[in-house]
Design a protein around this ligand. Structure first.
Ligand code: FAD
Ligand code: N01
Length: 556
């Protein structure tokens, strides 16, 4: 596998396409484009492939979409042959799977690892992108595809005193490869999002003492993970292609759950409770689909939220701790629902304490630990489970310059502006996989990745077939799409939460609902129609190799 030593893979520095990122997105994109005969190369900041599953190695990290569904569908032999060991696979197994895919399709020879892309600049005259790496290499390509991930820019709050702290600091999204042994240690965990909720029970089981600093209590449902059974595996594999098609074409989330056609208030309280209980016992995010209006009707949502709050009260023996763990400031599911194993029960352990930092926020770090509300807490180690600068963070970290040198970060300063989450006006030949304005993080992300990759691959093949090599989102089409994305979001309860979907976890970030909530199925059809209608809303042209810049502008 190529590594960046300031130069580029095999000395080549010009490609048809460059891809940034070697997670699920970048790998499949490489595979598709190579099969189409494009010269293509991937640049990855990490020391190996895997993306999310390379970086997030904290104890308890696992998927919350069942593994039979949270996996690639593009190759029938791959999906028939790979065997998952659990209902929800853990991080090591998912990483093994991604490595298996990289080997199986011989992808590594076109990937430069340890190579962080620092800038990407479009040259209108040459109609190509020039990328620079942090090590100083320059690479030119006609097309640039950002497969940089929606949850890859890990964020630690800018607390005063970070440098003064003498213990060890970890972030769940940058976990040491060798693992961390918390035995005998006094540990603080900051955050109670999905990462924390998975990590806390395992850290608690090892540490001498664990203190959890919670700003916002979260809703979590039990995973009830189990070892894969032959029967369950076969229930998928006997019609894998058909079920995958159903997931992508007929569901809003790209995942097959037990969907309901009833509203929560259309049944009596007893029936409602029975249904919630049944799903609670089965485990997983299937709970969210008990009724079809949980995410659009506050009264319906309240019934599910009350059910979970009661479960928390029943799980946590100390009434004050239970009360502190009850989510109250957002509708259930308006922040991504967490899926846990023994999270609430962990607070019954003698070595676990909960500190509410909403009223008295964390003031900063001291040499010994954390100072909160004027009180000092000493720790051998502090774990920040404080999340990500989601959806835009990884793109913002690259100095992306489009036509006339304008910066993408600047163009998106009032919230991301993208046509279909695929391209942004003023940035020709630059694609984003699962970009803001697409279903991405609201879905089984692999389904959304495959859809974007296939669409982009088909688009590049179309351009080549027609002697075209320039594509750009039309500004009006983009504005219409952004408006639509917003309108659809505001028909739901999602904007009522201060979530990372809204950019609310990053001080100063504009609050806009970033993903498209209209549904994977609906969105897929829109994208297919756009392509079938000659890429409606995109401007396609022959670039200067065939035309002068002036002629090209006239053609637009
Ligand atoms: P990533 O996996 O994030 O890969 C992006 C890659 O780009 C990274 O390796 C990064 O190093 C690289 N990169 C970024 N910037 C640069 C740069 N400037 N130069 C070079 N390389 C760069 N989704 C689900 O649907 N179901 C789940 O159960 C689920 N579980 C998750 C659990 C965790 C802990 C997290 C954090 C996310 C989870 N997700 C889940 C979302 C997950 O991110 C996606 O499912 C998927 O893995 C994203 O793949 P990707 O390739 O698009 O992005
Ligand atoms: O991050 P988060 P995450 N002081 O942003 C707190 C996916 N994922 O890494 O809510 C005190 O959800 C913050 O508090 P608040 C999944 O999509 C999936 O856990 O902002 N606290 C919050 O509690 C998920 O949604 C899985 O008030 C501070 C926490 O840190 C996404 O990744 C597992 C703080 C951050 O929670 C992100 O999850 C893991 C401060 N200054 C991740 N700043 C699966 O199970 C932040 N916090 C599949």
């Amino acid at each position: 596998m190529a590594k960046d030593a300031g130069g580029v893979h095999a000395g080549q520095s010009r490609f048809d396409v460059v891809i940034v990122g070697a997670g699920f997105s970048g790998l499949y994109m490489l595979h598709r484009l190579r099969r189409l005969g494009f010269s293509v190369h991937v640049f990855e900041a990490g020391s190996d492939v895997g993306g999310t599953w390379y970086w997030n190695r904290y104890p308890g990290a696992r998927c919350d979409v069942e593994s039979m569904q949270y996996s690639y569908s593009f190759d029938e032999a791959l999906q028939q042959e790979w065997r998952w060991s659990e209902r929800f696979a853990g991080q090591p197994e998912i990483l093994r799977y991604i490595n298996h895919v990289a080997d199986r399709f011989d992808l590594r020879r076109d990937i430069s690892l340890d190579t962080r892309v620092a800038s990407a600049t479009y040259d209108e005259d040459a109609a190509e992108w020039t990328l620079t790496t942090r090590a100083g290499a320059r690479i030119a390509a006609r097309f640039c595809i950002m497969a940089t991930g929606c949850l890859s820019a890990a964020r630690t709050p800018d607390f005063p005193g970070m440098a003064a702290y003498r213990g060890r600091i970890f972030h769940t999204g940058h976990w040491p490869h060798e693992g961390v042994d918390f035995s005998g240690l006094t540990v603080g965990v900051v955050g109670t999002g999905s990462s924390a909720i998975q990590a806390i029970p395992l850290i608690a089981a090892q540490a001498k003492q664990l203190t959890v600093f919670q700003r916002t209590p979260n809703f979590s449902v039990p995973a009830r993970n189990w070892a894969m059974t032959e029967a369950y595996e076969q229930s998928w594999k006997s019609d894998y292609a058909g079920l995958r098609r159903r997931a992508r074409e007929e569901t809003r989330s790209g995942t097959i759950y037990e969907f309901s056609d009833k509203g929560a208030l259309a049944v009596d309280a007893e029936a409602r409770e029975r249904e919630y209980e049944r799903r609670w016992q089965k485990g997983g995010a299937n709970f969210m689909h008990a009724f079809n209006d949980i995410l659009v009707d506050k009264a319906a949502n309240d019934t599910a939220a009350d059910f979970v709050r009661n479960k928390i009260r029943q799980s946590v023996t100390d009434p004050r701790t239970a009360e502190a763990l009850l989510p109250h400031d957002h509708p259930l599911g308006a922040k991504r629902i967490c899926v846990d194993t023994d999270y609430y029960e962990t607070f019954n352990r003698g070595n676990v304490a909960l500190v509410d930092v909403r009223e008295a926020p964390i003031e900063g770090l001291t040499a010994a630990g954390l100072r909160v509300g004027g009180r000092d807490y000493a720790f051998d180690a502090i774990v920040f489970a404080t999340g990500f600068d989601a959806m835009t963070g990884a793109l913002d970290a690259i100095d992306i310059r489009g036509c006339d040198g304008s910066s993408l970060k600047q163009a998106w300063s009032a919230g991301p502006r993208s046509y279909l989450g695929l391209m942004s006006a003023g940035f020709p030949n630059l694609f984003t996989i699962t970009g803001p304005g697409s279903p991405s993080v609201l879905s089984n992300v692999i389904v959304s990745i495959e859809q974007h990759v296939d669409w982009i691959a088909d688009c590049l093949a179309h351009l080549r077939r027609n002697g075209l090599n320039r594509i750009e989102a039309d500004r009006q089409a983009q504005e219409d799409w952004v408006t639509h994305v917003n309108e659809v979001a505001h028909r739901t309860l999602y904007p009522q939460a201060n979530s990372w979907y809204m950019g609310a976890n990053i001080p100063g970030k504009t609050r806009v609902f970033m993903p498209y909530i209209g549904g994977v199925n609906v969105y897929r059809q829109i994208c297919s129609d756009v392509a079938a209608e000659g890429y409606r809303g995109f401007r396609l042209a022959a670039a200067p190799a065939q035309q002068t810049k002036k002629e090209q502008h006239a053609a637009l």
